[in-house]
Ligand binder design. Structure first.
Ligand SMILES: *Cc1c(COP(=O)(O)O)cnc(C)c1O
Length: 380
């Protein structure tokens, strides 16, 4: 084997950093899971070992989030992108006419909306697509969240979709709206929570369903978590693939067909790691400390700038720009040399982005702030 390089501080938006103890345990169990003489990758998805792994992952996830039995918890494939289609395929026709509403706050919610229009009439309930003034400051499009009182939800919509953490833009809903606040009690909320899933306690009882690709904050690529209220099952459009019909997947405890067994296993290790950290309230405290440190530094500097309306700044994905974009390349090269990797922003917004997920410790953010200071001192 080659000598392992020192682990860099990894700010990737996804696939992203995993907890070291999780990687160590997966490595230790690679050839022999719990004395059965096999790797998890080699097991039947219907054998008793994998059934135990999968059921434990589900149980731990329910414990972390406080999910009641009114909801099914499923491990699926295809990522959040596939859910953009699977959601309407399952839900858009549940009340007759295929009608659903979408709140647009950035790249990912726009992608979801666009896909839904292939299956029905998906309208925009609210969008931050224009500049506005908030708290006396000019906010550019996609850097703020329209207030719930301005959302126009059609009473006959099958659901209302939003993305509660825009991974690229860095806009986060600090809370999911209460159903009563939407003025349309029959319309369940459907949330893409991919990039802040398990970053803090979340009140699942406020949503009809939520989904999250694991590779952002909660595991390796290949598995998507879906949590759905059971009364929403069983309304799929006739064209919905049977493997993507939530009712089938839920009835078979995520094993309707072969699930992504190894990814579920590693995600399960992440859930156990989170429980060991003290659960979601404890990880929220740690995430707040990291975000406060980074935003506090950016706000105190005139060399760097984060454009997001302060109350909805994501604690997971922190985009920022340098005063002079001509220095971006030097910034990134210097960061790599200092052991800080994957800081380049998404091409649609430019600049930089630091994703500071659960598994990135405070020391990583401290190292980033140290580098930001040093770069400003030598290039400012
Ligand atoms: C990454 C991401 C997606 C797309 O995930 P895939 O796994 O690539 O399909 C969708 N929504 C959000 C919020 C994301 O962060």
């Amino acid at each position: 084997m080659t000598q392992a390089k020192t682990r860099p501080w990894n700010f990737s938006a996804g696939p992203s950093v995993l907890p070291v103890p999780v990687l160590e345990q997966a490595a230790a169990e690679m050839l022999d899971w719990h004395g059965c003489g096999m790797s998890v990758m080699e097991m039947s998805h219907r054998g008793k070992q994998f059934v135990q792994i999968c059921d434990e992952a589900e149980a731990d996830l329910r414990t972390l989030l406080g999910v009641t039995d009114d909801y099914a918890v499923m491990f699926m494939q295809g990522g959040a992108t596939a859910e953009n289609a699977i959601v309407p395929l399952n839900l858009i026709g549940r009340r007759g006419a295929p009608v659903a509403d979408y709140v647009l706050t950035g790249h990912w919610s726009r992608r979801s909306h666009k896909e839904a229009n292939r299956y029905g009439d998906a309208q925009v309930a609210a969008a931050s697509d224009a500049a506005t003034v908030l708290d006396g400051r000019e906010q550019a499009p996609w850097t703020w969240v329209p207030p719930v009182s301005d959302w126009h939800v059609r009473p006959d919509a099958s659901y209302l979709h939003l993305c509660s953490n825009e991974t690229i833009g860095g806009v986060e809903f600090m809370d999911w709206p209460e159903p009563a606040a939407l003025g349309a009690p029959e319309v369940p909320l459907v949330v893409d929570a991919s990039s802040h899933f398990l970053s803090r306690p979340m009140d699942v009882s406020r949503v009809g369903m939520m989904y999250a690709g694991a590779q952002k904050n909660a595991g390796p690529a290949g598995v998507t978590v879906v949590i759905i209220r059971r009364d929403l099952l069983g309304h799929a459009l006739p064209i919905c693939p049977t493997a993507f019909d939530y009712a089938n997947v839920a009835a078979e405890s995520s094993r309707y067909n072969t699930p992504p067994t190894y990814a579920i296993y590693v995600a399960g290790l992440v859930y156990k790691w989170l429980l060991g950290q003290g659960g979601l309230a404890a990880i929220e405290t740690a995430n707040r400390a990291k975000a406060d440190l980074l935003y506090g530094f950016l706000d105190g500097s005139s060399f760097y700038r984060n454009p997001i309306h302060a109350p909805v700044r994501s604690r997971m994905n922190v985009p920022f720009v340098l005063a002079d974009a001509a220095q971006d390349a030097a910034f990134l090269a210097g960061a790599e040399a200092a052991g800080l990797t994957q800081l380049k922003g998404h091409k649609s917004v430019g600049g930089m982005r630091a994703s500071i997920y659960n598994a990135l410790p405070l020391a990583g953010v401290e190292a980033l702030v140290q580098y930001l200071k040093e770069f400003e001192r030598t290039h400012g």
